[in-house]
Design a protein around this ligand. Structure first.
Ligand SMILES: NC(=O)c1ccc[n+]([C@@H]2O[C@H](COP(=O)([O-])OP(=O)(O)OC[C@H]3O[C@@H](n4cnc5c(N)ncnc54)[C@H](OP(=O)(O)O)[C@@H]3O)[C@@H](O)[C@H]2O)c1
Length: 262
């Protein structure tokens, strides 16, 4: 069973690699930019593992990953985990379109382009699975994470459609929606510093179990930790309340007197 994981050099991707390496017959293909980190994760996996150091936003990245699979793994691919991603928090007035473009390129375009290149390999043999790592921010948006939410909303919509389309071809498509998780790229310091909010923060290993459930057990969508589905449900059922809670005190139409940024 050949499993390709992007963003495997740290955080959730690294935890997913270590978790899926425990499956019998697993061969891991680890993808990210930092080669030394990939090598170290491959050694810790203890299973067959190869790696390819590539910037997934490069034009030739999908073809380089495909060639690696053809040359090193006879073109076999059973599971693709699209996990690599990042966030550059900024209000739209500060980050502008350039921040949206940069975020979409990594968090949305890159997994779409990689999936396009690898889908023929996944469809071959007995069919495979794609697991996209989205975010609870892909169903609920907050200030300063508009670009990130846009990329993850897009990923969620595309994943839902792909799930329907690929069933007939034997390819299962799953979506993992993490909540707040402490990793290198998302240190969550604001939340972990206070005892009032620390409980809301999870670990990469918990998300890795959700990835395994989507990849191996046919789960279509899983929030991780699971309770985060309530945030997505509340956004649909009580949008005014959610807006008010996420915007903080004084939300509604801002006047100079109530605007914290004024
Ligand atoms: N942590 C959270 O709270 C949280 C919540 C919801 C969703 N998520 C999602 O979970 C996924 C993993 O994030 P994480 O928390 O584990 O963060 P992380 O520790 O920063 O990991 C991000 C991974 O993506 C790789 N990556 C970044 N840019 C890349 C590029 N241009 N080309 C190739 N690889 C690239 C990084 O490797 P290199 O730097 O070596 O390239 C790294 O392996 C992301 O999609 C993120 O949006 C995280």
């Amino acid at each position: 069973m050949v499993i390709c994981i992007t963003g495997a050099s740290s955080g959730i991707g690294e935890a997913a690699a270590l978790r899926l390496a425990r499956e019998e017959g697993a061969t891991l293909v680890l993808v990210a930019r930092r080669e030394e980190r990939l090598r170290a994760v491959a050694e810790r996996c203890g299973a067959d593992a190869t790696w390819i150091a590539v910037d997934l936003t490069d034009d030739d990245a999908p073809e380089r990953v495909r060639s690696h699979l053809v040359e090193r793994h006879d073109g076999r691919l059973d599971i693709l985990v699209n996990n690599a991603g990042s966030s550059w928090p900024a209000r739209f007035a500060e980050g502008g379109y350039e921040n949206v473009r940069r975020t979409m390129t990594l968090n949305f375009d890159a997994p779409v382009r990689l999936t396009e290149a690898l889908l023929p390999l996944l469809r071959a043999d007995d069919g495979g699975a794609v697991v996209n790592v989205g975010s609870t921010a892909g169903r609920v948006a907050r200030a300063r994470t508009g670009a990130y939410s846009a990329s993850k909303f897009a990923l969620a919509g595309w994943t839902d459609a792909l799930w329907s389309e690929e069933r007939r071809h034997g390819v299962h498509v799953g979506l993992v929606q993490p909540g707040f998780v402490v990793t290198e790229g998302f240190p969550q310091r604001e939340l972990t510093e206070s005892v009032r909010t620390r409980w809301a923060v999870s670990r990469p290993e918990v998300v890795a179990e959700a990835i395994a459930a989507c990849a191996l057990d046919g789960v279509a969508e899983r929030y991780s930790p699971r309770g985060y589905w309530l945030a997505a449900a509340a956004r649909i059922l009580a949008p005014r309340l959610v807006r008010r809670v996420l915007s903080g005190p004084g939300s509604g139409r801002m006047t100079p007197a109530t605007n914290p940024d004024a």
